[in-house]
Design a protein around this ligand. Sequence first.
Ligand SMILES: [Mg+2]
Length: 142
Amino acid sequence: MVVTTDDEHLLTLGNNEDGEPFKCAVVDDSAFMVKNLVRMLESFDAEVIATAENGKEAVALVEEHGDELDFLTLDITMPEMDGLTALEEILKIEPELKVLMVSAMGQEDTVKESVMKGAKHFVVKPFQREDVFNRLEKVLKG
Ligand SMILES: [Mg+2]
């Protein structure tokens, strides 16, 4: 690894059990948040293979790519289908898929419910890069 003072390169998730970069998808109705998370996940050496902007698209994404995915980030407040409903549908398709919920402040009850329903962990917006990295390490080990 190249030692650098550039913060972007200090955090890496390493490889999955197949010895490949972790493959993931990002679901959020905010294009800005998708862009932000994609950039962040790629900086952790994960490979973002798909994105979706609402729960319905997320379910379709998992139907198409579920077997390739190591994890997925899932926003809670979205049009068409919210994150909690999408979580239930996604886990029916891929029960082992590791899901990191992305919540806004004030959504503690929904976050608790999502964890009871099978989400592995959560981050609260606005989050720091280190928060996402630390939660993902837990998600991927658990
Ligand atoms: Mg949202």
